[in-house]
Ligand binder design. Sequence first.
Ligand SMILES: Cc1cc2nc3c(=O)[nH]c(=O)nc-3n(C[C@H](O)[C@H](O)[C@H](O)COP(=O)(O)OP(=O)(O)OC[C@H]3O[C@@H](n4cnc5c(N)ncnc54)[C@H](O)[C@@H]3O)c2cc1C
Length: 442
Amino acid sequence: METDILIVGSGCSGLYCALCLPPSLQITILTKSDRESNDSFLAQGGMCTLKAESDYGCYFEDTLRAGHYENDKTSVELMIRSSRNVVRDLVAYGVDFQREEDGSFAYTREGGHSEKRILFHKDVTGREITSKLLTQVQKRQNITLLEHTELLDIISRGNTCLGAVIRNPEGDLQTVSSSFTVLATGGIGGLFRHSTNFRHLTGDALAIAIRHRIALKNINYIQIHPTTFYSPGNKDRSFLISESVRGEGAKLYGKDMKRFVNELLPRDQLTAAIYEQMKKDGSDFVWEDLRTIPPEELNSHFPNIVAHCSKMGYDVTKECIPVVPSQHYFMGGIQVNHQSRTSMSRLYAVGETACNGVHGKNRLASNSLLESLVFAGRAAKDMTKDLKTVKKESLPADLPLSPYENYEAFREHEKNAVLKAIEKAEKENTAEEKSAFLTNLV
Ligand SMILES: Cc1cc2nc3c(=O)[nH]c(=O)nc-3n(C[C@H](O)[C@H](O)[C@H](O)COP(=O)(O)OP(=O)(O)OC[C@H]3O[C@@H](n4cnc5c(N)ncnc54)[C@H](O)[C@@H]3O)c2cc1C
């Protein structure tokens, strides 16, 4: 198969990247699952934006404080400064952010934010954004989206990416030749016992990077979400109780039904406090009280959460719900520059699988959709600039496909390679007993 640009992943970063490329190019998007099964569809809370020039300094500082000041300041600046353009594009694609009565945007707040600056659509902001991007992609004649088609490896010559080895829905192997390849494969939650991520997100691009010696960065920077619905023995995706619920006033209690923490602490600090309380209580969860939020607000702003809790047997207007921390987000990843270029020529990485340093050691809530979109747009711009000078090269004729033939063994090997690299990075940097996630790995 031949294509101008190969994009791996149909989450918000892959789709937006495709939409920002010239319509004269042949673009192929692959997704391991169906087109809607990605974390972008799950985002509940919202997407940050620079709501007014006067908030710039405060937003910048909140992002850095949450990131323990390990953030790449240029990346943060680019993200914040580009936010209004991204919002404008999204609105043009039909994204319906919540508005005030006068028609201006309504904003909400989450942990770590000192201001309300998060755009939202009920508690399904990710679905609203990503479904509208998908609709646009489906309208474009130049974009082909292949579902249940999986990237197994990239093909390189020297330090240049020439294309990929993929597995189609029938299980057959194919090679793809492309001028540029974009890794938009999302997070790594599938490597963890408890995670809010889709199970098929297993850091496949990281395994490829390890094999091809492509630079990685901070791969032990993994965020645990403090509050996911606790269901005993549940091996499925953990259901998130969004941070904006706490932003709107929900409280956390220990076994004695007394508050033990400031609910709006940044995620890592709150997670640590919850683990400590669970240890003290000898319990597998703490309680979250949503009764502090007026029922009309609960039903209009958080209908999805209310419905899920009800399905699990809890009426949030009358009783507390059990919550527990789960793996949630990957701050580290494939190292990229401000144009989303990896250390391999003609290979880009965007979205959660990439690390441009925006989040530092810990992500500020609702910065990831924005970061994914901003840096996917930057990758598209960079590729467009270079297209005239890049020529598609023929793939090696003798490329051996035998290493990929035993699919199960190949995937197991890939998973172990990523786990080993993460554990190594974590052990080099943190004492094991202090690690929030080493014990949670599959
Ligand atoms: C429950 C939940 C709530 C969240 N809430 C928010 C929020 O309110 N605000 C916010 O800013 N962020 C939030 N996030 C984080 C945010 O949703 C993600 O960081 C962001 O959507 C990542 O987008 P992405 O395009 O990088 O990856 P994804 O949207 O996860 O897409 C990854 C894509 O890669 C594909 N893929 C993976 N491996 C392969 C392979 N080998 N071959 C082919 N395809 C492959 C997948 O099938 C998928 O299509 C939330 C995350 C979760 C899980």
